[in-house]
Design a protein around this ligand. Structure first.
Ligand code: CDP
Length: 211
């Protein structure tokens, strides 16, 4: 008999434009999980203006619907406010509650497997070389920015995200690393799906505690 799934969390971390959003969306669609792109929270705080700590504490659904959140400027602003510990602290509870949603949830970001959901059933670290990531961002950007400038931004953001004191970007010790430098989107999704499938099967076959 198949049990209904209570909480089941997939944590995906990795640097800019590594493909974690694409993998996260595909897993959500394929397995029926809810999906939270946690980068959007930091982008919205960065673009709100004013005091970033106050912006994080009062973040509302409407702030996440702005149409400029995918811009390069929003990515820069996000990475600056994301280094402030009080901003991160204000966003923790919302992310943890989302992760516990019945039916399963996938969250992608920088510190999901390390800080937000250290107990996640599946942890993936999706990465790729800076050159490959900058090329992808350059291709998908509708802004007329030279490739070299996008590469410089990717490198600067990597350095800031990995070098900050508060929840720096790094793979959790038990994360599975998926390097997408030489993988197609379909191959990256297939690898991630196989890992989730195996973990789900293990979770479903575990005996449940008596009521
Ligand atoms: O899509 P991309 O990887 O370029 O960016 P994003 O995931 O939307 O994240 C934008 C910025 O927000 C990152 O460079 C991080 O500084 C910050 N961020 C974070 O610190 N923690 C997260 N969980 C998600 C994003």
């Amino acid at each position: 008999m198949t049990q209904t799934l209570d909480a089941f969390t997939v944590a995906i971390d990795g640097p800019a434009a590594a493909g974690k959003g694409t993998v996260a969306r595909a897993l959500a669609e394929g397995f029926g999980f809810a999906h939270l792109d946690t980068g959007l929270l930091y982008r919205a705080v960065g673009m709100k203006g004013g005091d970033p700590v106050a912006a994080a504490r009062t973040l509302a659904a409407a702030d996440l619907r702005r149409d400029d959140l995918r811009s390069l400027a929003a990515a820069e602003a996000a990475s600056v406010v994301a280094a402030i510990p009080e901003v991160r602290a204000a966003l923790v509870e919302f992310q943890r509650q989302f992760a516990q949603m019945a039916g399963g949830a996938v969250l992608d970001g920088r510190d999901i497997g390390t800080v937000i959901c250290p107990e996640a059933e599946v942890k993936l670290f999706v990465t790729a070389s800076p050159e490959v990531r900058a090329r992808r961002r350059w291709h998908e950007s509708r802004e007329a920015v030279p490739y070299e400038e996008v590469l410089a931004q990717v490198r600067a953001r990597d350095a800031r995200d990995m070098g900050r004191d508060s929840a720096p970007l790094r793979a959790a010790e038990d994360a599975v690393i998926i390097d997408t430098s030489d993988l197609s989107i379909a191959e990256a999704i297939a690898r991630a799906s196989a890992i989730v499938r195996a973990s789900l099967a293990a979770a479903r076959s575990r005996p449940t505690a008596p009521p």
